[in-house]
Design a protein around this ligand. Structure first.
Ligand code: PHE
Ligand code: ZN
Length: 881
């Protein structure tokens, strides 16, 4: 483990390397505990660099067993080795030279899953961001691009498969039961995109013919026996390849594209050139074991990693501060892909829900940072929802401001100008400026200023002048290290809706720039006046969530209901429902806290039931409307002094009122949507299941009996319905015999499938209320739980901390202290995982004082512990600051 040095890396300190790396030749002799790595590196001194500068290479827990300079052993006085660096002096001023480094590494002992490790008997690598330096000493930074040749030698029986990046060169026997394979990747790449896989896996094969008629071999490797569960991933891959050609004009550039699924992985997946490595959770699916959400995730992540081939690999990042250059852009591309494959409006609603529940809290808490940060202590901690999801929103806003054509021209210029480069955010933005002629200086603040902009809106109608005025005031809250903020360029899509529901995009406007349906807010406060408006309109603002901001606009219940009924933008209709519901839910939480009866507003109830039974609306949309804001949405709306128990009680009371008022509606929805056709994972089928399961949840509330869910459980013929029925049982009737029976049946039926048992762990970890902590502790003793596997840990401990507000935030603080102990023990094995889980406490300051004190105590226990990893030390210190 890299213990914390407290050293901070600053963007302002960036400078190019003194040496240029020309070529890399790697030879691996694989062994579970003693793998020998020989790295032959050809360098020359960069023109203009200091002729005396030494070559400094990065390492991490490395042990060197040999060092040659131009094939001759290097004299000890010419180099200095530590576990995390190798410095070589007296190197040639201009001629190229070769350094050959031999290291010995232990894949079996690599529990942090960075560098070369073993997962279920499979050798695999993870090098982003700084994992390659755990394999050999190397200039391990993304602006060092080179062409790699890789030779892999391994025991043939145990490792029939030897894979690396690029194209296969050849292979042969290698004596004593061993064999070898050689791979060559012609595309220069940074070390973080290096990958190696060896082992015994099953394969699913297909081909793709590119737009210029080249045939590409597609291979997805999974554990033997799981091949059939890779079919959907293969289909998603082919659709992704086609879509990137059609929409972005991007063609694949090698003869082979491989995906390997492994069961121990810190993140979702990794875009290594030509050899993506995936958490198997995002590859394996069939109706019996995968939910509709799993299918959607697989489709999105397969696409995301594939799209990185251009946005990330062909054009990479100059330094890790530019991470959003590849991640924000690639998330935007995968969002657009999913929107095209499914329902655009429903996809947008899901994205915004996710952004609000994950990114907004990050942006308003102690871990807030700009999309393009300027300093970091541990880069692993910057793979955040701000860099990814807000980064995607920033890209989306560029598309909104420039329009479809302008955006396309800018992207084309980016690919043309920067192919093969390690680029910066400034390079990216410049392409859009040059392609469109529009100045994006003010807009660029989105990359540099952290915090979610707050926009206060008021409006007035002047009947005699026939003008409608819309006043907007923007404020960006202070965030760590940034107290004063400049006004931003905020593109707000809008429409004015007339009494009869007709929409108008007024042309006569003063007070600011309006282009088409986009209003450009650029000043701190600005009043737009629309002329020639015959009657008071209802404004629908920030349609499609064109800007990631918080609107404060006290529209009347009638106006919101009008939008919910008429807006042609389905997202805006959903938003109006949410805006109707939120005041109700916050009032309910306050009433519950004061021990008063909770009321449900009739207008909300009517609007929801009208949508629920409106067959002209797609079922997935109706399900989203019925989902109502979550407990954490309500907490965010309340802002401070949160009592999770009161929020839960208040929300449950509102849901129960809706369930009772709509029991007939829900009954007929439930019966009417009964699965008739054979299962299909497509968006339409998923939407019907989502609506039917929403109805099931309401029926369980109005019946106040587990019978309906127990029957649904018994009849389910797919994992979505099965897990939803189990969730209703466990969350609403945790003590019922039906629930115990269903939980036991689920466990034994899926005992051999760890990914499915993760759902079983998660459902139980999120049962609200008092017994939650004891339940989680008991489940940790379950033989299917494995503390070494990140998916298991996330499914049980992660879901408890992130997704069980009442159980995790019990007022006696016991769950926080349990969590702190777990974080410390996970940190010893896997710092990256520990640090990520720890962010579950990022909003601790918004809790009511008793809980907040307990949370602080728990954080301080972590902070005081000896030998923290730099990952956890960084997070805990920022959270306590
Ligand atoms: N680059 C990966 C992605 O976004 C994420 C990742 C980061 C995976 C770091 C592993 C380690 O697709
Ligand atoms: Zn990515």
């Amino acid at each position: 483990m890299r213990t914390d040095t407290g050293r901070i890396i600053h963007l302002a300190d960036y400078r190019p390397t003194d040496f240029v790396l020309e070529r890399v030749d790697l030879t691996f002799e694989l062994d579970p505990t003693e793998t020998k790595v020989e790295a032959r590196l050809i360098f020359h001194r960069r023109e203009g660099a200091d002729p005396n500068a030494p070559l400094v290479l990065d390492g991490d827990e490395l042990k060197m067993t040999g060092l040659l300079f131009d094939q001759i052993e290097l004299a000890p006085e010419r180099y200095t080795e530590t576990p995390d660096s190798l410095t070589i002096r007296d190197l040639p001023a201009s001629v190229p030279f070769e350094i050959t480094i031999t290291t010995l590494i232990n894949p079996e002992a690599n529990t942090q899953l960075m560098g070369l490790y073993r997962s279920n008997g499979i050798y695999c690598t993870q090098c982003e961001a700084e994992g390659f330096r755990r394999i050999t000493f190397f200039p391990d930074r993304p602006d060092v691009l080179a062409v790699y040749t890789v030779n892999i030698i391994a025991d043939k029986a145990a490792n029939p498969l030897l894979l690396s990046n690029g194209n296969f060169l050849g292979g042969a026997g290698y004596g004593e039961g061993k064999h070898f394979a050689a791979w060559f990747d012609p595309h220069p790449k940074p070390s973080y995109l290096f990958a190696l896989v060896a082992g015994d896996l099953g394969v699913v094969e297909d081909t793709f013919v590119t737009m210029s008629e080249r045939e590409v071999a597609l291979k997805i490797y999974v554990e033997h026996g799981k091949e059939a569960r890779a079919a959907y991933a293969m289909d998603a891959l082919k659709r992704s390849m086609k879509w990137d050609e059609e929409v972005f004009g991007r063609e694949y550039d090698l003869d082979i594209f491989m995906i390997v699924a492994v069961s121990d992985f810190n993140m979702g997946a990794m875009e290594n050139k030509g050899l993506n490595i995936f958490n198997d959770k995002y590859v394996l699916a069939d109706p019996e074991t995968a939910t509709d959400q799993d299918y959607a995730n697989i489709e999105a992540i397969i696409a995301h990693e594939y799209f990185h081939n251009w946005t990330g690999n062909r054009i990479t990042c100059r330094d890790w501060f530019q991470l959003c250059l590849k991640e924000g852009l690639t998330v935007y591309r995968d969002h657009e892909f999913s929107a095209d494959q499914r329902s655009r409006a429903v996809k947008r609603i899901a994205e915004v829900r996710h952004l609000r529940s994950e990114q907004f809290p990050e942006d308003s808490g102690p871990l807030a940072h700009p999309v393009r940060p300027t300093k970091y202590r541990e880069i692993n901690n910057f793979y955040t929802t701000t860099v990814y999801e807000k980064g995607s929103e920033v890209t989306r806003m560029i598309a909104t401001i420039l329009g479809r054509d302008g955006f396309k021209k800018g992207m084309d210029l980016y690919f043309e100008r920067h192919d093969g480069d390690a680029a910066t955010v400034e390079d990216f933005v410049k392409c859009f400026e040059d392609a469109s002629g529009r100045d994006l200086t003010q807009f660029s603040l989105w990359y540099h200023q952290a915090g979610t902009p707050q926009i206060t809106v008021s409006s007035s109608y002047d009947a005699s002048a026939k003008t409608f005025s819309l006043s907007l005031e923007q404020m960006v809250p202070a965030t760590p290290g940034q107290t004063a903020k400049e006004p931003m360029h905020i593109p707000l899509k809008f429409t004015l809706i007339g009494e009869n529901g007709a929409e108008a995009q007024p042309s006569a406007v003063s007070g600011g720039e309006v282009t088409g349906d986009v209003l450009h807010l650029t000043e701190r406060s600005q009043t737009f006046v629309f002329a020639g408006i015959g009657a008071r309109p209802v404004v629908s603002l920030n349609r499609g969530f064109s800007a990631p901001v918080n609107l404060h606009y006290s529209q009347t219940t009638d106006d919101l209901a009008h939008i919910a009924r008429h807006d042609s933008d389905l997202f805006a209709r959903w938003q109006a429902i949410t805006d109707l519901a939120l005041p109700n839910l916050t009032a309910a939480a306050k009433a519950a806290a004061a021990g008063k009866p909770v009321e449900c507003d009739a207008a909300l109830c009517d609007a929801l039931l009208a949508i629920a039974s409106d067959d002209s609306l797609e079922p997935a949309f109706r399900a989203q409307a019925l989902a109502l804001p979550s407990e954490s949405d309500i907490a965010r709306e309340l802002g401070a002094n949160n009592d999770p128990d009161a929020i839960h009680q208040g929300r449950q009371a509102v849901l129960t009122a809706i369930a009772k008022a709509g029991s007939a509606t829900f009954r007929s929805l439930y019966d009417g949507l009964a699965a008739s056709t054979p299962f299909s994972p497509d968006a339409a089928g998923a939407g019907r299941r989502a609506l039917r399961n929403a109805a099931l949840g309401f029926l369980a509330l109005s019946d106040n009996s587990p019978a309906g869910a127990a029957e649904a459980y018994a009849r389910a013929d797919n994992m979505t319905d099965l897990s939803q029925a189990l969730t209703v049982l466990a969350h609403r009737f945790p003590d019922a015999t039906e629930t115990h029976a269903a939980l036991a049946a689920f466990e034994s039926r899926f005992a051999a499938n760890a990914l499915v048992l993760d759902k079983w762990f998660s459902i139980q970890a999120t049962i609200p209320g008092e017994g939650a902590l004891e339940r989680v502790m008991r489940l940790m003793q379950n033989p299917h739980f494995a503390a070494s596997n990140p998916n298991r840990v996330r499914a049980l401990i992660g879901t408890f901390a992130f997704g069980n507000p009442t159980g995790f935030n019990r007022p006696d603080g016991k769950a926080y202290h349990f969590f702190a102990e777990e974080i410390l023990s996970i940190d010893k094995r896997n710092p990256q995982l520990a640090a990520r889980l720890l962010t579950a406490l990022r909003s601790w300051r918004l809790l009511e004082p008793v809980r907040a004190d307990q949370a602080r105590e728990a954080l301080m226990t972590i902070e005081r512990a000896s030998s923290l990893s730099s990952d956890v030390a960084d997070i805990v210190e920022r959270m306590l600051k």
